[in-house]
Write a protein of this length. Sequence first.
Length: 765
Amino acid sequence: MTRKLSWFTALLLGTASLAQAAPPMAAPAASGASEQTPLPLVAQPADASAPLRDSQLLFNQIAPPPGSMKLRGTEPTSQIEFGVRSDEVVTQALLTLSYRPSPALLPTLSQLKVYLNDELVGLITVAADQLGKQNQAQLPIDPRFISDFNRVRLELVGHYANVCENPANSTIWMDIGKESKLDLTLQKLPLKNDLSHFPEPFFDARDTQPLQLPMVFSSQPDLQQQRAAALLASWFGSKAQWRGQSFPVLYNQLPQQQHAVVFATNDQRPDFLKDLPAVDKPTVRMVSQPDNPYQKMLLILGRNDSDLLTAVEGIAQGELLLRGDTSTIESVKLQAPRQAYDAPNWVRTDRRTTFAELTQYQNQLQGDGMQPNPISLTLNLPPDLFLVRARGIDMNLMYRYTSPTQQDGSRLAVHLNNQFMQDYPLTSKNTAGQQLLHLPLVQGLQDSNRQLTIPALRLGAVNQLRFNFDYANTFVGGTADGRCETVTPVDHHVVIDDNSSIDFSGYRHYIEMPSLGTFASAGFPYSRYADLAQTLVLMPPKPESGEVSTLLNTLGNIGAQTGLPALRVQMSDDWSKAKSTDADVLLIGTLPADLQDNPSITVLVDRARSWIKMPSRPVSAQNVPVTDSDRAPESQTGISSRGPIGTIIGFQSPFNDQRSVVALLADSPRGWDLLNNALLDSGKRAAVFGSASVVRESGVASVRVGDSYFVGHLPWWERLWSAMATHPVWLAVCAVAVVILFALLVWRLMRMVTRRRLGEQDDDE
């Protein structure tokens, strides 16, 4: 997918992701189409009666942390990026800038230039009464300059002296405040009913906002319809990725002013589709909503529920073949099953992975400028990758850079998850022969190849790898004899080679459970198989809309994290099926009666009663190690309240020691809303960890309580070493015992050798 390179896209990728992260804001603000791609879905120009909506882009959401831009003499430019949906056009745009210029700048000579898509659209001249003060300016932007993908660039022209200036002088600065914003007025465009542009307009890659796509049923859906909707939600989640996604559920009604997906069979369909002709095959159709030509419906049609599932599988597997206003799905055949840990969004663990495979937009591994922006890569790893005893992760790093004019301390610094790892000097050119050798191939850039070992314990499920090329630029602003000499700054160019690689192969999979943090950040253990081949979802027999929405949001999250739809997920409303199915269980609704008194259950929430077990030593952070005594339940407290509550609990399957259960529970419709909001909010997901998380109006609170268990396989000697590694005293005792045992063996061996020699001497005599 083609995307534009900038610090903004690098920022979004990191908070991904982080996963992000990531990005979470977890990824690039990019589009999936080139900058000048026309609006293909437009049927005709918008008229005056078309609906309007206002959109506000705040700099504190899209600028680098802490949400403001800092323009300097050596880094005079910064930018934000935004996209415009294919079914909308911008009619008005107003840029509001809050800025504070340095008090040392010269008035009139110092200016702030504003570019939109490299077109100068505004100029702010710094006045004497503005120096050192917070100022605000509003710049109207001609909407004709706005396309589907846009870049607003701010450039500081700063001067502090009339002659002999040093561009690196610390007095040249201007801060753009986080309250700066871009206000857009967008008008809806009438669209053709054409599936050839699908998933537009239901999902538009130009839109950086979280995807919200309502799904409509005629009434409470049965298991087949739930599975079809869950598969489609996971597919849309794999497209939305870092943006986030939510799927409100409606029964027999359409949402207000939103595109929607509608499931209907010949016998069961919403009232607004009663006059729709019956179908004789699984069908996907795009139509306008009744009395609203600006909002579309994606109709999933079939003779029965099985046809609905086939239609959704056709979308997930054959999206490129959709065209016209109607497509029928003749057949869908799943090929060979997928292997464990092969999720498209995860780093390969069966072989070395090149950086080219990890890039998410074009030119991600390049940078330029007097101080090039950092180059970032996101590494999504299986959460159960056992790296405790690893000596380190090998990374073969190849890079090219514009050589400094002299040996001045310029360097490449490598950071992992904002922690410094290693640095390498950027050497100057040595001889003319070497310069000529590199000139034909890389235009004067110099090659370097380094082997770097990453400490394994610094890695998590979502990781940010960052490369900073720090140049020590030398500028001359004047000399001691009064002569004035100035040097025009020259941009540097840096490249991390696509063939650089990182190796996570050869490591075992082993993890302590329950670990709701891995569920929230990576969908584990269900994402072990990216198509959810070993996942069983248990739903209530008659689910409410909030429960179905929780199902769709959960599988949408997992699809976003793995990059693959849940093609092989199993579903049931009968708890007894979990006994005969070798699968990890995702339970939504209520706990079965035979589980409610299970000692592994740490929280119970339903309409009738609620209680929670608390550990003897509460831990409020996710990565803080705890002992078995810390996790031991100290009390069990039951409380009845009027306020809503939702919970996420994890425990070992009662039917298989290597399987896990995650239960999503709530006590009311508002409780389901709270739970869904927590699943959709990256900040709240980061607060989910341990064995139980409670979601209230005030936020998310998590505890680690009860017994833990391990999933995966380690040989006994590695398990022993891992256990000893957390108990240094016992490790020292064992080491002393081994030394003594070895000494005894050596002593016995020497005694045997001595006796044999003495025996041979006696025989000779």
